[in-house]
Design a binder for this molecule. Structure first.
Ligand code: PMP
Length: 351
């Protein structure tokens, strides 16, 4: 750290992403990426767009927002796009949080929420998940703006939209952000709430269900005025936030929606198989509505399993905190990847 770093950042704990090894090949089940490649049209449009890179991208991202609006049957004014959904989360925290407007989130949820509060100097209130790792609407009584990952991460547990609506109704003067990074792998979603209430913001990403983690594309949907607030922040800190290639790739991915939705269904089928197999091997698996499962073995500790699998070339995600210490988060890969995973897991459990 240099002597110039401001005082407040000297103790900052930043977000720790899952491992991304560049020099060794793993069966990579640790960062919830799609095991399937983008459709060929996506790559073709991105490379066509690359020919015009001497120009800035459209600061309004009009064509992309129109395509996303069409997909969800909303108006372009209800959509803002971002450099990954992490960026639009940051816009929202910056727009709505300050010393007297804390954010409220679960003790076990996406780790980036706490980091966003710390880096933006926003206080936060942590609400413990219930014993069974579910979010309970009654636990969110009007103490700040709320951010919920739904399905939650890393547990994978989905919360029914009617339960989320209870939180919205008991917090009419707070913004309720529903981070739906994994909603395409789940049965329901909260988009109708964003159209019904003026304080609900839905956050989505192309990283998981649309095989574009490396392109960095996210978006938020909500009431025009809420979206306008986010745009104010975006235009103040990152006006050309979505680059030309990503924008073209995103539009193509929407045109090829059927391909991605089929991949999601395939991942859901593989998830159901994975749960059965894990349970038969002595794991407890939390109910998942995502492209990953969160599982604990009755005999082998979470960290030990993570390390043993890593030595054998399989990466899963372990969090060493509190009551989730004995769990691991396992991304659902292709059928072949999961066969390989179970073969290696079998070896680990034998020893
Ligand atoms: N929300 C949740 C719950 C996530 O797990 C992730 C992925 N780390 C994100 C948001 C951010 O995804 P991205 O920035 O790739 O869109």
């Amino acid at each position: 750290m240099s002597r110039f770093l401001k005082e407040a950042f000297k103790t900052l704990s930043c977000y720790v992403p899952g491992e991304q090894f560049q020099d060794r090949k793993f069966i990579k089940l640790n960062t919830n990426e799609s095991p399937y490649p983008p459709s060929p049209l996506v790559a073709a449009r991105a490379s066509e767009a690359a020919e015009g890179l001497q120009l800035y991208s459209d600061p309004e991202s009009a064509a992309l927002r129109k395509a996303i609006a069409g997909l969800h049957h909303v108006k372009a004014e209800n959509v803002i796009v971002s450099n990954g959904s992490d960026e639009v989360l940051n816009f929202a925290f910056l727009a709505f949080g300050d010393a007297s407007h804390p954010f409220v989130f679960a003790d076990i949820t996406y780790g980036f929420y706490k980091v966003l509060c710390d880096v933006n100097d926003i206080p936060y209130v942590i609400v413990p998940l219930r014993e069974d790792f579910t979010v309970c609407a009654e636990d969110y009584p009007d103490s700040g703006h709320i951010v919920l990952a739904n399905p939650n991460a890393p547990t994978g547990i989905p919360m029914p939209a009617e339960e989320v609506e209870k939180i919205v109704l008991s917090n009419p003067d707070r913004v309720v952000i529903v981070d739906e990074a994994y909603a395409d792998f789940s049965e329901g979603n909260c988009l109708p709430l964003a159209l019904k209430y003026d304080n609900v913001l839905i956050v989505r990403t192309f990283s998981k269900s649309r095989s574009m983690a490396g392109a960095r594309l996210g978006y938020a949907l909500g009431n025009e005025k809420l979206i306008g607030d986010l745009k104010l922040v975006k235009d103040s800190i990152d006006p050309y936030n979505v680059n030309l290639m990503t924008s073209a790739a995103g539009i193509a991915a929407i045109e090829e929606n059927g391909y991605y939705m089929e991949n999601c269904q395939r991942i859901v089928r593989t998830r159901l198989e994975t749960v059965k197999k894990l349970e038969s091997l002595g794991f407890t698996v939390l109910p998942s509505g995502a492209n990953f499962v969160f599982a604990r073995h009755s005999k082998i500790g979470g960290e030990e399993l993570y390390r043993t699998l890593k030595e054998k070339g399989v990466l899963i995600r372990h969090f060493s905190t509190g009551r989730i210490r004995d769990f691991n988060r396992i991304t659902i890969g292709s059928e072949e990847q999961m066969d390989c995973f179970f073969r290696i897991l079998g070896e680990c459990l034998k020893n």
